[in-house]
Each structure stands twice: as structure tokens, then as C-alpha cells.
Design a protein around this ligand. Sequence first.
Ligand code: AMP
Length: 594
Amino acid sequence: MATNDYESGLKMLEELTTDAQQIQDQLLGEILSKNAETEYLQGFLHGQTDKQLFKKNVPIVTYEHLKPYIDRIVNGEASSDLLLVEPLIGFSLSSGTSGGLPKLIPTTAESAHITATFNKLYRSLMIKHFGDINQASKRMELMFAKPDVETPSGLKASAVSTRAFKGSSFKAILPKLYTSPFETIFCPDTKQSMYCQILFGLIQRDEAVMIGSIFASTVVRSIKFLENNWKELCSNIKTGQISEWITDSGCRNAASLMLKPNLELADLIEDVCSCKSWEGIIRKLWPKTKYIGTVCTGAMLQYTAELEFYCGGLPLVSGFYACSEGAVGINLEPLCKPSDVSYTFLPNTVYYEFLSIKEDCVTDSQNQVQLNAMSHHEDTGPVDLVNVKLGQCYEVLVTSSMGLYRYRVGDIIKVTGFHNNTPQFQFVGRQNVALGVDMERTSEADILKAVAEAKALLDPLGLILTEYTSDGDTSSTPGHYVIFWEIKPKEGNNNNKNGKELDPKVMEQCCSKMEDSLHFTYRMYRKENMIAALEIRVVKQGTFESLMDYFVTKGASLSQYKTPICIKSKEALNILDSRVIAKFFSPRTPIQDN
Ligand code: AMP
């Protein structure tokens, strides 16, 4: 990026954040006048485009409300008659909260344009803080493309990141600016892809100035992968031959072009990796690294301690907040600690509105805002971007050129400040999420359903599940779901009192049954080893009574006490863990949809 390009990026950021209200109003006006004749908007606005009428008549909706329209487009009806006039180039797969099923978000050429503008602004900021790292250097960014899904309309549904990897501009810069060859990013086998991306990262260690991936969990997983495979990687570097088990032809081709025998490098890496402690390993292996670029906020905050251990003081840069629905925030202070990160909304991406949350969010010892489970929306309507209040928590609504109108993204944010006239926010969390160990989200209803299906397997054994709760265990990588079960014999059958007498085969089936009944994203992540096998920990009888006693001492009302479906408190978790009598793991990956 030339100096004047980078300066113009920073200038543009100042202008956008100063003229936020005007830009937002103009954007809404354009979206409405373009799409006023669609079936959806016609029903509420009758061809008009007035902002006040929009606020009065167009309902606030979730994906479920729009799904019938999107399904019709997916099945081949013209999108221009239904939701939006601009032609679609495909759908984006959003990770979503509704049963964990990915949502299909209409995508247009305009969205690609918005992404390009965002990239320019983001790069300008990075140059301001780290210099132009693209000058004679590379990024070791771990990237994993997902296969597209063909829809009956002929349009493809892809992850936003995959679409970006396929873009011609990305392809053009990839060999010069990144250590991962194209073929390794698109290798359908995640393990082979990760092995090769690390291998190519190692052989280009002197060029890598940035290490990262979109989310922190992937960076941690890669380092663990390296911990388990460095001897083999070194042997490949020594001989210049890639391991036989790498069967993907694209990966093998890339290796045949780039991998040459290098005894000196292999010895050096072996020396570094064989040291007792892996503290600061990233810095030792990639000595020119200036920062780790990866999202460390929200669900990813749990990985920062491990990442800090590995990175030896390198800054962790959570550069942006983004979602498939089009909302975008940018971190103007990339060098601040992950727990202090605030993002600034970009007003030229989508039209934002904010629904306030009644109860205050609580800030914990790590400065992280915890969402109160009992939060409600206030009776007041949503407010515009520039009218949010400092310190207040909100749910984000977007109206976009992609056919989303007053759409609930499902994210809760807290306003932490303003840059010019534009609010900055801390990411608080997702609505209605109980468990999440990676980017998947599992609701209480999902857990309930999974347990209901699995516990039926206890019946023939004369056992009943009396109580259960769950925890997302991320103490090892990948993380996994732990379900605590208290089991008792049915009346008259006293044979199965404790864990030793439980049939391990049946208990393992219970684990698998639960996994089979969990949502699409969970099962996909399990298959790709981004989540480890689900575990049932059977606890002594009376454990859940002790748990209740604990919550009552903490102020819960006995008459209103309900066992939490997911445990968030460390002390409560200790109560459960200290009473575990048996542990069982799912022996296989869950059944996938066809
Ligand atoms: P997707 O729906 O798959 O596009 O994922 C977007 C979602 O990921 C957002 O709605 C957030 O819930 C989450 N997300 C994205 N960026 C961040 C971030 N910087 N910090 C925390 N969560 C994020």
C-alpha cells in the first residue's frame, strides 16, 4: 500500500466516524428506495421510503421470520421480487444461533465492495501501528476453506472467509504475502491442511512477520498440533520429502515446488522444539513476528492465557468484529489487551439500530462484561447508531442491502466510548447461548433435546437420570462438552448404585446419542476435530443437592431454584468435579447429514 493510500485510509476512517449520522441516513434511504417494491417491504411500506414510516411499520425480526422468503429464493424464485432488487452472487453461511444451523444470508456484489473498503481501512490501521508488513515479508495465517453448498436455485452458499479466499485479488497476492499455498487452504482434509500450512510456515520462518488465523482457538490448536508433530515436520524438512500420509494432490504438488532438503533448518527447529518449556515458542520459531493477528474477544477470550504463554510477549491483535449479516467493527487500538478491546462500528456498511437491554450487564474481574441471564429489552424502541448511551448494553439490529430489514444479529454489545460521533463497543456475547467451546453456539434447548434422547438408553437398565448440567471444557485443545449426570436406580432395583456398575458400552452410546442429536455446526466441528469427544461425568447421588445448597448460600431463592443447564461458576464446577465417580467419552464422531 502506497503511503498516500494508507493516509487516505486513515482520513476516510475519521470522515466516516465524524459523519456517522448522515452516512447512516443516506444508507437507509438508498436501501429503502432500491427495494421498496419487493414483496417484503411492500407489505409494510406500500412503496414508500420514509425513515419514520420504516421505524413504525417494519417489524424487528429474527432469521426465522425471513426464512420463508430466503427459502423461496434458495428454491429458485427471483430475489428481486421478494427481498432485494440487486442480483445475488450467492449466500453466506452464518454460524447462527437457531439450533446451531447455519443461516443463509443473501449476498450481492455490493457486499464484496463493502468488504474491500473495510480491508483498506483495516490495512491502513495496521500500517499505522506495525509499519507496512507487506514489504518483503509474509503472514503465516492459517486459513481453512469450506466446501460450498449448492442450492436448488443454482446459487452457491459459502462461508464468507471461503468466498474471500476464492477472490481473484486474494489469489493474486497470496504467494507474495502469505506462507500458505492456495492448495493447502482448499485441501478438504483439515489435518492435512494444517500439517502443510505449518510446514510451509516453518520453511518460510525468516519471512513471517505476522502469525494468525481468524479466531484464537485455531491458533492455539495449530501450536498444539505442532507440539505433537514437530519431529515428523523436521524430518520432512531434513529430507525435502513430505510424509506419505499427505495424500492430497494439491498439497503434494505445493510441497514438490517448495520443499527442499534443509538439514540446517531442520536441526534448528528440532533444537527449539525439544526444549522443555514451550513458553514463547512462537517468537523462537518465527523470530521476526511482530504480532499475533486473531480475534481474542467474546468466546475466544478463553484462549488468550494459553496464547500469551506461547507467544512470549507478542501483542495479540483482535483487529475487527464482523458477521455474515454485514455488521462490522474495527479496533482502533490494536495494541491494547484483549480484555480491553473495543470495536468502532463502521457506519457505511449496514444501517444499525440498537435495542437496549434493561438489566445492567455485570463486569467481572477480567473486565469482561457478563450478560445477565434475566436481561430484557426495555419498552422503548431501538435507537440509532449515534444515539446510544455510554455504558449501556444493546442488542444489534441491522438493515442491509442484502435484504435484511431490522434484523436481530443475536449479538449483545456494551457501549464503551465514542470515536468522533461513532460508538465504540465491547462484545458481550450472543443471545440465548448456553455452551460454546469454539465458534459453535449451543442453546439450552439443544442440550435439553440431546439429553432427552440419550437418557432413554438408560431405561432398559432400570436406571433413571435424575439431574444433569453441562460445561464447555476448554482446559485442553480442542475443547469439549462435559455433561454431568446423576443417575439412580428405578425403585426396587438397587443394583446400579454407582459408576462402577454402569455398563460402559451403554454410557458411551449415551455420549454418542447426545452428539448425534446436537446441531449441524457441532457435528461438523466434531468431524473436523475442532471439538473433542463429548464426555459424560457421572456424579455421586446427592451431588445436585449439594449444588443447590451452594447456589442457595449464594443468594438463590430455594423456592425458585432451577438447576442451571450450563454451569458458569468455578466453585459450582468444583462441587461437581469433586463428586465424579465415572467418566465416559463418545467413541465415534457424530452422524453427519447427507
Ligand atoms: P458468522 O455468523 O459465522 O458470520 O459469525 C459472526 C459472529 O461471530 C458474530 O455475530 C459474533 O457473534 C462473532 N464474532 C465476530 N467477530 C467477533 C469478535 N471480534 N469478537 C467476538 N465475537 C465475534
